[in-house]
Design a protein around this ligand. Structure first.
Ligand code: THG
Length: 697
């Protein structure tokens, strides 16, 4: 048995929630007096004080038809919303009263074999913390954590069995609600499951653009006990996302739709879905997809739920075999940490330390221009973006990171990697970042302190972590030492903090080969072997590397070749992610034989004069290499189009296609010829090379 009877029963059978509270209240056409005066009219959540028997009656009406779970009448009973009615200071009292009332009614219906449960309802605050709207966005994560903590305090004190964070519109607000709920539980020393339910529009996204994949990744990472959907659309539009949840999470899944999409009839919302239709939908959700919790949101009546109970009560949900791979997310989308084929590319240039241009832009607070750098990284293939704003010239790294992360989160679909040595900067970034981020990085340079400061943040916000193989004696240089440090970090994070190994990304670090220093000659091959050792010894973890470090100090063309060849060998050894300038990575297959040979000699420390020969080659061939910048200059349009598609160059392709069509006499027939004779063969080649792992898209 777990600590939760609700979760225990869920393991055995599907549970049925009640129907609508709000529309049930509306249907009673209560007077201002019922609400406690004209100034309180419309404050549904206040009725638990002014007319408790009315709310108790609604609870009973659903328990009578066989519902297992009733929700407290507290959907909007948070301090911010109650302030509209001057009730802010009665937030705890009101939530406690609502929970006690529901508890009492539920207990009246409970028998030992047939427990009835109370879910403490927590709806949205009315603010959208990840939006930049001056009014709606004017609320911080910290403020929201406190708002929801207070509401949860009352709900827990009143005796709820679980908390339900529902109708979520902003995924960052939902994370704040989870954190606030957990805080209240810690203070009350009572643990309850948390059920979270975003709401999606008919396009399958939350109000601010989060799709179901990103919502799942983000919420699962903060450790919720159940996930589902409610409200907004009827069951029809929930079919795909519910199926997605059932196929991609091991958590119990809940589905609590409206009685259809409301139609406005003379200013009144009318919900058209019949009890039969709702029942039909739930039968499919449970028996076909494997949903564990069903119920009704706006517009659903006791008659709706009566029929649902008759059909699905006692049903065993379809067995599920969820695909579960570690993922990260932006405000909009989710991505596997390990892309297939590898590696996952982390764009390196949005970094004050790694780009002179970005450094200058940060000094001048030109965030919109930095956004352009980010977009270029994404356009050239970055799956994630490394973000660093550290400047020796300024002391407001946390503030700059906050501004930049918030902007990036609204503008690019790429998850973010927060690159900083400062714990307060990590915290600032996580508190404005809606998705599941990666923290870059932790290490043991000054002992455990940094990990002890960062891990609680990572767990609260559900972030993954890059861990550098550095300890008290410095950066590990040999493969054995890299593994030794990785093992220690793994022990602390996984064994002591309970972190999922899939949230740990080890960076075995590499040094530049450009100095020829005896001490560092074997450093690249030690890194390659270090990656292999870590991936073998620590199952489930990932490996990442700042690849460009290997070539610091060399000429640009030499760097590109060395980085590309080194990346190839690291990936063969098990590297999952690479911090690179995606635009400067040449697929291994495209680096010519001679250059590969020279790079290999240097990387594997195969000959005394490897560095000298490598440098000499690029000095001799500088002119040629420079020409490679535009090899299409002399080509016919068809050949140029083919080359550009293969090399993923977009600029000018449209004009070339126009030219090719014109040269064939123009018109539809010519266009079809170009499509079949030029574009499709090139795209097929891309597909073949991608499939063979020779190309990174
Ligand atoms: N591991 C982890 N994080 C890291 C690193 C790492 N973050 C920072 C760095 N190393 C990776 N990022 C970069 C960014 C840029 C460059 C190299 C690594 C780079 N920049 C050009 C240069 O300095 O020559 C840019 C010049 C310019 O445009 O100004 O090479 O190892 N976890």
């Amino acid at each position: 048995m777990s600590e939760s009877r609700y979760l225990d029963v869920l393991k055995e059978r599907v549970l049925v929630f009640d129907g609508a509270m709000g529309t049930s209240i509306q249907a009673l056409e209560l007077s201002a007096d019922d609400f406690g005066g004209p100034e309180l009219e419309g404050c549904n959540d206040g009725l638990v004080l002014s007319r408790p028997e009315v709310i108790g009656g609604i609870h009973a009406s659903f328990l009578e038809v066989g519902c297992d779970v009733i929700e407290t009448d507290t959907f909007r009973a948070n301090r911010l919303t109650l302030a509209d009615y001057g009730l802010a200071d009665r937030t705890v009292e009101l939530n406690r009263a609502a929970a006690r009332l529901a508890r009492q009614v539920a207990d009246d219906f409970s028998t030992p074999e047939r427990p009835r449960f109370v879910a403490g309802s927590i709806g949205p605050s009315g603010f959208l913390p990840s939006s930049s709207d001056p009014t709606l966005g004017d609320m911080t994560y910290d403020e929201l954590v406190e708002v929801f903590r207070e509401q949860a305090e009352g709900l827990i004190a009143g005796g709820c069995d679980l908390l339900i964070i529902e109708t979520g519109q902003d995924i960052l607000e939902m994370k704040a609600a989870v954190t606030g709920s957990r805080r209240a539980m810690r203070e009350a020393e009572r643990w309850l499951p948390v059920q979270v339910q975003p709401t999606l529009d008919t396009s399958g996204r939350m109000l601010l653009g989060t799709n179901i994949e990103a919502a799942l990744v983000t919420l699962e990472a903060v450790g919720v006990e159940l996930i589902g959907l409610n409200c907004s659309t009827g069951p029809e539009h929930m079919r795909q996302p519910i199926r997605y949840l059932c196929e991609n999470t091991a958590l119990p899944v809940s589905v609590i739709p409206n009685a259809g999409i409301p139609h406005n009839v003379d200013g009144v919302a009318v919900y058209g879905l019949t009890p039969e239709e709702l029942t039909e939908a739930h039968d499919e959700f449970v028996r076909k997809f494997g949903a564990n919790v069903v119920g009704g949101c706006c517009g659903t009546t006791p008659e709706h739920l009566k029929q649902v109970v008759e059909r699905v009560w006692g049903a065993e949900p379809a067995a599920r075999q969820p695909r579960r791979v570690p993922r990260v997310s932006s405000a909009m989308e989710a991505f596997d940490i390990a892309q297939d084929p590898p590696p996952t590319l982390i764009g390196e240039r949005v970094n004050s330390q790694g780009s002179r241009a970005v450094k200058r832009l940060l000094l001048e607070d030109r965030y919109d221009d930095i956004l352009e750098v980010a977009r270029e990284q994404v356009d050239s293939g970055a799956h994630l973006l490394d973000v660093c704003t550290a400047l020796t010239e300024r002391s407001d790294e946390a503030e700059q990171t906050r501004t930049l992360v918030k902007l990036l989160a609204q503008s690019v679909a790429t998850p973010l990697v927060i690159d900083t040595t400062e714990v307060d900067v990590v915290e600032a970034a996580l508190k404005v970042n809606p998705g599941r981020a990666v923290i870059n990085s932790i290490n043991l340079e000054a002992g455990r302190d940094r990990i002890d400061a960062v891990l609680p943040l990572a767990l609260e916000h559900g972030a993954a972590l890059v861990a550098l193989t550095i300890d008290e004696s410095g950066m590990a240089k040999t493969a054995e030492r890299k593994l030794e440090v990785a093992r220690r970090i793994h022990e602390i994070c996984v064994d002591a903090y309970g972190l999922d190994p899939g949230a740990l990304i080890f960076d075995a670090l590499t040094f530049t080969l450009a100095t020829g220093d005896e001490e560092f000659r074997a450093s690249a091959v030690e890194t390659i072997e270090g990656i292999r050792a870590i991936k073998e010894a620590l199952p489930g973890v990932f490996a990442s590397l700042g690849v460009s470090n290997v070539s610091f100090g060399l000429q640009p063309h030499a760097r590109m070749a060395l980085n590309s060849v080194f990346l190839h060998h690291c990936v063969e050894a098990g590297l999952d992610m690479a911090i690179v300038n995606a635009a400067h990575i040449t697929p291994y297959a495209e680096v010519d034989e001679e250059q590969r040979e020279l790079a290999d000699d240097l990387i594997f420390n195969r000959r005394e004069d490897a560095l000298a020969r490598f440098i000499a080659y690029y000095q001799e061939h500088e002119a040629e290499e420079a020409e490679k910048v535009d090899p299409t200059a002399e080509m016919a349009p068809e050949a140029a189009i083919h080359w550009m598609i293969l090399h993923r160059k977009k600029e000018g392709v449209e004009e070339l296609v126009d030219t090719a069509i014109r040269e064939r006499g123009g018109g539809n027939a010519a266009a079809v010829q170009v499509l079949n004779g030029v574009l499709l063969p090139a795209m097929k080649e891309v597909g073949d090379k991608f499939g063979a792992g020779e190309l990174i898209l």
